[in-house]
Ligand binder design. Structure first.
Ligand SMILES: [Mn+2]
Length: 475
């Protein structure tokens, strides 16, 4: 029998992070996850994604759960599977740039509580904003032999984003000391044949493993994965079928079946995957019944390809226009978005650049004059506070919005003083574990509310020896 060279493709399962973030606003509670962990641990996934900005925020804000506790419980359950998180570079899991000491501390605690692989991205693809996270991860790796830094490039289209740009970035990432690269296509813009071209070129430019992340939003994602795998991509991000498709990822079982018997065969057991799907299906039905899962997000949204605007950004824009009774300006704003993007140096549209560009476009249209009013964030981008864009920003817009102001060209975090001590002093009365300081750093108000809730619950339990099992004293 002729030896077929085996090159099994890896799958990262996203049901515990991106899939429920994309479909049900990140509302899956830890109690829903734990009973299936044992089975998931037997599949042999490349990794399970379980943590990131929105899961952290929603845990504290809506579910009244400690996200660190969730991570520890998942770590306990996943004995053989690597756990992965998403990290917004210098913004960590929050919305502002933090000092390097907070970044380093957060990486330390993430790995200490159970994370193996940290996927780091920046909304401008400014690699300087990712270096501190990579260095912190590598420090742990040198010390303990675990911890993997993956740099994700936010995928986008535009004049500056040539094959040469992506290959060049891949080379730089390798030089930075990262362990792998991810192409992060948050809007589902990467079409099949372009994917083959991109992966082939990048594979020639770097020795690092390449992982592909996309969303089913525009309907092409499974085909994109097929072509990418044929071109040599190492890992693809998928979601178990009840939480796949629509604004989520392609279905795990479908990709497993697609590659069965080929050199890319994952070797995963479909019967086991079916049991995992059986577990999540009733929960999906429950989410549909409660309205948490809107059938609208399950279809194909071709607008995302037409306007190259992520789906989430379009729905934000519609609600902003509704508030102003200006829904008739929808197409004017759609035309304005690429113009604003150009003015700001043509950044990818991903949190937070997507919100900044979208909101400014709405302002420009509704005010009847471009940049008559600029948001605080637009000004910060123009000053260079988010980092460097791939193309120069419009001088005309700079002169109009921030006339005479100084602009930053250094790595923005170089201007931020270490802040761990100050943060700890601010929240000292609530601290029960070191990790609480980091929760507070990211979401000061939301974390404080959670700490109060936690304390009230603990006191009640102590005082009354409440029968928590039967929820006799609901809090
Ligand atoms: Mn995603």
């Amino acid at each position: 029998m002729a030896d077929q060279v085996k090159k099994p493709v890896g799958i990262m399962e996203t049901v515990l992070r991106d899939a429920h973030q994309s479909l049900i606003a990140t509302r899956m509670p830890t109690d829903m996850m734990l009973p299936i962990v044992d089975k998931m641990d037997k599949v042999g996934y490349h990794a399970v994604e379980c943590w990131g900005g929105a899961t952290f925020d929603a845990s504290l804000r809506f579910l009244k759960e400690d996200p660190w506790e969730r991570l520890r419980k998942l770590r306990d359950g996943f004995k053989n599977t690597k756990l992965q998180m998403l990290f917004r570079g210098q913004n960590i899991l929050g919305y502002r740039p933090y000092a390097d000491d907070v970044v380093e501390n957060f990486v330390e605690k993430s790995v200490a509580n159970g994370i193996d692989i940290i996927r780091i991205f920046d909304c401008l693809n400014d690699l300087r904003n990712l270096q501190a996270t990579v260095d912190a991860t590598n420090k742990i790796k040198a010390r303990e032999g675990r911890g993997h830094a993956q740099i994700a490039l936010s995928y986008t289209l535009g004049d500056a984003y040539t094959l040469e740009y992506w290959v060049n970035m891949a080379k730089k990432i390798e030089e930075m000391g990262a362990d792998s690269i991810c192409i992060k296509d948050m809007a589902g813009l990467l079409v099949p044949y372009k994917a083959a071209e991109l992966i082939k070129a990048m594979k020639e430019g770097t020795k690092l493993p390449i992982q592909l992340h996309t969303h089913y939003t525009s309907g092409v994602a499974s085909m994109t994965y097929l072509k990418a795998v044929e071109a040599g991509v190492d890992v693809i991000d998928c979601a178990i079928s009840p939480f796949a498709l629509g604004t989520s990822q392609p279905a795990t079982e479908v990709m497993v079946e697609t590659f069965k018997g080929t050199e890319y065969d994952t070797g995963y057991d479909q019967n086991l995957l079916a049991e995992i799907a059986d577990y999540f299906r009733p929960y999906r039905d429950e989410c549909l019944a409660s309205g948490l899962l809107n059938p609208k997000v399950m279809g194909v949204d071709i607008k995302t390809l037409l306007y190259q605007v992520p789906g989430g950004m379009l729905s934000n824009m519609v609600s902003q226009l509704k508030e102003q009774n200006a829904e008739d300006r929808y197409y004017d704003v759609l035309k304005e978005i690429p113009e604003v993007r150009k003015d700001l140096g043509e950044p990818p549209l991903v949190t937070p650049s997507s919100q900044i560009v979208g909101t400014q476009a709405v302002f420009n249209v509704l005010m009847g004059e471009r940049y008559k009013m600029a948001t605080k964030e637009t000004k910060a981008v123009l000053r260079g506070e988010y980092g460097q864009t791939v193309k120069p920003m419009s001088q005309e817009v700079i002169d109009k919005v921030i006339p005479g102001e100084e602009r930053i060209t250094c790595r923005p975090a170089d201007l931020i003083e270490n802040e761990m001590d100050k943060l700890e002093a601010e929240m000292k009365e609530w601290k029960q574990q070191d990790e609480d300081v980091l929760s507070y750093a990211l979401f000061p108000q939301v974390a404080t509310d959670f700490f109060k809730y936690r304390q009230a619950q603990q006191e009640k339990v102590d005082m009354t020896q409440a029968d928590t099992k039967n929820a006799a004293y609901p809090v």
